[in-house]
Design a protein around this ligand. Structure first.
Ligand SMILES: C[S@@+](CC[C@H](N)C(=O)[O-])C[C@H]1O[C@@H](n2cnc3c(N)ncnc32)[C@H](O)[C@@H]1O
Length: 290
């Protein structure tokens, strides 16, 4: 990307507000008049300028060229209409790494880092664990596990071909070794795993939160019913795909903890318990097959 605020070394630095149309503006003025959250505006301006956010804080009077101003205002208008910052930037940080995202994948959520931490704890003491990530989306879970545990053999499945393309690109960019397969949950696979993780679509179709999430793929968010059908299918089928002592970690919605514990216990899992996310909300159900 070209730097929209870096004049050529020979040219004098323009001053903010200078120019016949007055369309050069300082970074600070642009952020203050953006009409959106200032922190998000700073991220968008840093993206337009191919600069770091810290550089804008250190040099708030930094002039921005008319082209940069126009591009920034366009992004702010899209943000004001509700488009997520991650899609505008084309990336989102997850577990300390940047993942490319576009509208074919769910934007990785901080609460899913709780699932990854729990998965890493489950893998402790197991050499070369076989790991399966169901509904991989951007690949954030599978790729993170593969990078945090380079001895693991990691498979990842999604029903969406366009999501898998994003996941494959992320794996290549981050040099992660993951085998990606297309299909419905366990269908493309044989064999058993020490660990199965899944963050399936679990939002009920009538949940009012879906409206705020309209930019993300609907089929990544909801089963079109009560939100439980994918959780049921995965919990019921997982025992056939787990090695003895293997564990299933299922992410679920804020109000599904009790139902998922019951579901996993009735599907044959032992030591079934729920982990909370950083907000203290029940988020991941863990169970073991003995
Ligand atoms: C909630 S998103 C999770 C994405 C990613 N794992 C994450 O945590 O950010 C659910 C994913 O499941 C996929 N999915 C939905 N139905 C599926 C099915 N029947 N079989 C496999 N994947 C499915 C969607 O395409 C989507 O990528």
């Amino acid at each position: 990307m070209t730097a929209a605020f870096a004049p050529s070394p020979q040219a004098p630095l323009p001053q903010a507000g200078e120019g016949s149309s007055g369309s050069i503006a300082s970074a600070r003025d642009l952020i203050e008049s953006s009409g959106i959250d200032a922190s998000e505006a700073r991220s968008l301006l840093a993206f337009v300028l191919d600069a770091k956010r810290e550089a804008l804080i250190a040099r708030p009077q930094q002039p921005v060229t008319p082209d940069g101003v126009a591009r920034f205002r366009d992004l702010c208008a899209r943000r004001a209409r509700g488009e997520p910052v991650a899609y505008l930037l084309g990336q989102r940080e997850f577990f300390g790494r940047l993942f490319r995202v576009d509208r074919s994948v769910l934007i990785p959520r901080p609460e899913t880092e709780c699932l990854v931490e729990a998965a890493l704890r489950q893998m402790q003491g197991i050499f070369a664990p076989r790991v399966l990530d169901l509904g991989t989306g951007s690949g954030c879970i599978a790729i993170t596990l593969a990078l945090e545990r380079p001895d693991a053999q990691v498979w990842a499945i999604d029903v969406s071909r366009s999501a898998l393309e994003v996941a494959r690109r992320n794996a290549a960019a981050l040099s992660a070794s993951v085998a990606f397969l297309c299909g419905c949950w366990f269908a493309p696979l044989r064999g058993r795993f020490e660990l199965i993780v899944a963050n399936p679509p679990y939002v009920a179709s009538g949940d009012p939160h879906l409206e705020e999430l309209s930019y993300e793929p609907r089929e990544a968010l909801t089963d079109g019913a009560d939100g439980m059908s994918n959780l049921v299918q995965i919990a019921r089928d997982a025992p056939k795909h787990l090695a003895t002592g293997g564990a299933l970690l299922l992410e679920h919605g804020y109000n599904q903890g009790r139902a998922v514990r019951k579901l996993m216990a009735s599907s044959g899992f032992d030591s079934t318990h729920t982990l909370q996310d950083l907000a203290g909300i029940e988020r991941v159900c863990v169970g073991r097959i003995n």
